[in-house]
Design a protein around this ligand. Structure first.
Ligand SMILES: Cc1ncc(COP(=O)(O)O)c(C=O)c1O
Length: 384
């Protein structure tokens, strides 16, 4: 059987709740949407949660809600999914790519370097990305946010269910006490899925109001005369249907199990792979109880990487064994569609060259993990 790098798991209670949602009067903008949003807000202990048609539309609405406009300076990490870049580019923002640390994360050092190197006086927003589900540097990023006065948006698409510590207190990724907005994706590979879908959390009422209108064409309905509405700003159709939300509710009800299983697999990998430290680096084990383990990224050390085709050869070894790992991510500046300076960043290049996301998902069995480990051993044997 094929072993992908990630995939959804549909729990037994899902079918009942989806069929119930189908019997509702409203199968979009109905009570399952409200309930799912409430559950997301309660889980994250945040004031507002809004679901959207995707993680990308969540990012787009988040950017519009803080009024990013032509020429505004926005910083994103260079190791990233393309969604932030493409939305910001379409909004004509000035996008600056910051380098990443060993773990593929924007760090206070890479952020300050980006600000200094580009001589940025005014920064509208920094879009941090919780690579792999790990949340890092909250204290320092908050300090920099205050110093440079930027909006801090967390692209938390990898981190639904992840936690972080701030001043000895534990927070869920979408809590928004130490940043302005979090966005999620509920694509099937993520911690929880709605098929396609996303969400935004914030404690800021103004941002919330802006997003709620723009999610549905900018329409603001008259509370007393339902047939009447005004449109002050144009919006989109970025809504998520009740059917999707019913699936999301079932997933969220099972989140504890999902998190426990992902952690169990991560622990198994740590146990079995630690002895290969001469050849591979593992993720930060201190995050074992805090990460959603959306990804388990191993990094091959330079003693294995003999030529530029190394990763292709690695993929071929896995694929021959019906295992399908993944790259996260090709640096944004490598794409033809990237319009800025193509200068390569050191941390980004190192990460890109060496990182591989090995399979981790709810239905995975130890025997599947063993097959993955066997391939890693084959790679080491072949290239050492
Ligand atoms: C970090 C990150 N941001 C944004 C997105 C976009 O989410 P979606 O695919 O739901 O639009 C993804 C999804 O792959 C992601 O991983």
């Amino acid at each position: 059987m094929r072993i992908p790098y990630n995939k959804q798991y549909i729990f037994g209670d899902t079918f009942k709740i989806i069929s119930q949602s189908l019997k509702s009067d409203l199968i979009t903008t109905g009570k399952y949407v409200k309930k799912f949003e409430q559950k997301i807000a309660n889980f994250n202990k945040v004031k507002y949660a809004l679901v959207t048609s995707s993680g990308t539309s969540a990012l787009h609405l988040a950017f519009e809600s803080i009024n990013i406009k032509k020429g505004d300076n926005v910083i994103i990490p260079a190791i990233n999914f393309i969604a932030s870049y493409s939305m910001l580019k379409k909004m004509n923002a000035n996008i600056f790519l910051a380098d990443v640390d060993n773990d593929g994360h924007l760090s206070p050092i890479t952020l300050v370097n980006c600000i200094k190197h580009n001589n940025l006086k005014k920064i509208k927003a920094v879009i941090n990305m919780h690579m792999s589900g790990h949340i890092k540097y909250t204290d320092d990023l908050l300090k920099l946010k205050k110093k440079f006065n930027f909006f801090l948006i967390n692209d938390s698409c990898h981190s639904f269910g992840s936690k972080y510590i701030y001043k000895k207190q534990v927070f869920n990724s979408g809590n928004c006490s130490h940043f302005d907005i979090a966005t999620y994706s509920f694509h099937p590979v993520k911690s929880i899925t709605t098929g396609e879908g996303g969400a935004i959390t914030t404690n800021n009422k103004k941002i919330y109001k802006n997003i709620i209108a723009k999610r549905s064409h900018g329409i603001i309905r008259d509370k007393k005369r339902y047939w009447n509405y005004k449109i002050n700003e144009l919006g989109y159709n970025y809504r998520l249907s009740d059917l999707n939300c019913a699936l999301g509710i079932s997933q969220l009800n099972n989140l504890k199990k999902i998190m426990a299983k992902r952690k169990k697999i991560a622990k198994y990998y740590f146990k079995k792979l630690e002895k290969f430290s001469e050849f591979i680096d593992l993720p930060d084990k201190n995050l074992i109880n805090f990460s959603s383990w959306h990804l388990f990224v191993i990094k091959f050390k330079s003693n294995l990487i003999k030529d530029k085709y190394f990763k292709d050869k690695v993929f071929n070894i896995f694929i021959a064994n019906k295992i399908f790992p993944q790259y996260h991510y090709i640096p944004i500046y490598n794409f033809k569609a990237f319009a800025g300076t193509k200068k390569k960043l050191r941390g980004t290049e190192n990460f890109y060259k060496s990182a591989l996301s090995i399979p981790i998902y709810y239905a995975m069995k130890y025997k599947d993990c063993d097959k993955v480990i066997k391939c890693i051993k084959l790679v080491i044997k072949k290239f050492k």
